[in-house]
Ligand binder design. Structure first.
Ligand SMILES: CC(C)(COP(=O)(O)OP(=O)(O)OC[C@H]1O[C@@H](n2cnc3c(N)ncnc32)[C@H](O)[C@@H]1OP(=O)(O)O)[C@@H](O)C(=O)NCCC(=O)NCCS
Length: 174
C-alpha cells in the first residue's frame, strides 16, 4: 500500500484518522485521559485553524503531527505561536522518517502562517529527536502550566525564544 501525506484543518480531519490519534494517545499518554476524560472520543477543539499533518495508507494512520494556533503574552506584544502536539508514528512504521517529515511540514506551516514560533512539551527522552530538527530546550521553570504545575515535561521551542517573556504562565499545555 502507498503511504500518502495529507494536510487537514481541524474541521476536515477524517473521523477515522481522529479516532486513531485518540486511540494512540489513550495508550501512550493515558494521563491526558484520566480520570474524568477517559471516555473522551473527540480531539480537543481549540481552533478551526488547528492544522493536522498526516501520513496514512488509505484510512490507516501511519504518523501524525498537529499545530494549534495559541495566543500568548509575548515580551513586548501579544503573540500567536504554533503549539505542536500529538507527534506520533504507529510502531510498525517507526524509523522511516515519517515524524521528521511531518515536523518539517509543521515548521514550514509555522513560518508560512506568520506564527511567532513553535512550542511543544515532551519527555526528556525525546529532546535529541526534536533537537536534530532545529528545536531547542527552554530553561526549566520558564513555563508554568497552571492546570498541572508539578509536571516535569520539557518545553522546546522552534524559533526565537527572545520573543517570550522571562516567565510564561499557561492555563493548559498541549
Ligand atoms: C518519537 C516518534 C514520534 C518518532 O517517530 P518516527 O516516525 O519513527 O521518527 P523518524 O523516523 O522521523 O525519526 C527517527 C529518528 O529519531 C530517533 N528517535 C526516535 N525516537 C527517539 C527518542 N525517543 N529519542 C531520541 N531519538 C529518537 C530515531 O533513533 C531515528 O534516528 P535516526 O534517523 O538517526 O536513525 C515515535 O517513536 C513515537 O511515536 N513515539 C511515541 C510517541 C512519542 O514519544 N511522541 C513524541 C511526543 S513529545
Amino acid at each position: 500500500m502507498d503511504i500518502e501525506e495529507h494536510t487537514y484543518l481541524r474541521p476536515e480531519l477524517p473521523r477515522l484518522i481522529e479516532q486513531q490519534v485518540l486511540d494512540f494517545g489513550r495508550i501512550v499518554w493515558s494521563d491526558g485521559f484520566m480520570p474524568e476524560d477517559r471516555y473522551r472520543d473527540r480531539m480537543h477543539e481549540v481552533s478551526d485553524d488547528t492544522t493536522h499533518f498526516v501520513r496514512s495508507a488509505g484510512s490507516l494512520l501511519v504518523s501524525h503531527v498537529q499545530v494549534i494556533p495559541i495566543e500568548l503574552d509575548g515580551r513586548d506584544r501579544p503573540l500567536v505561536i504554533g503549539g505542536v502536539s500529538s507527534v506520533m508514528t504507529y510502531p510498525p512504521f517507526r524509523g522511516e522518517g515519517h515524524s521528521s517529515a511531518l515536523l518539517r511540514r509543521a515548521a514550514e506551516h509555522i513560518e508560512a502562517k506568520g506564527l511567532a514560533l513553535g512550542m511543544l512539551f515532551c519527555d526528556p527522552d525525546t529532546i535529541p529527536f526534536y533537537a536534530r530538527l532545529g528545536w531547542h530546550r527552554l530553561e526549566d521553570r520558564r513555563v508554568r502550566v497552571l492546570e498541572h504545575p508539578d509536571d516535569d515535561d520539557v518545553v522546546m521551542v522552534l524559533g526565537d525564544d527572545g520573543l517570550l517573556p522571562e516567565r510564561i504562565s499557561l492555563e493548559w499545555s498541549w
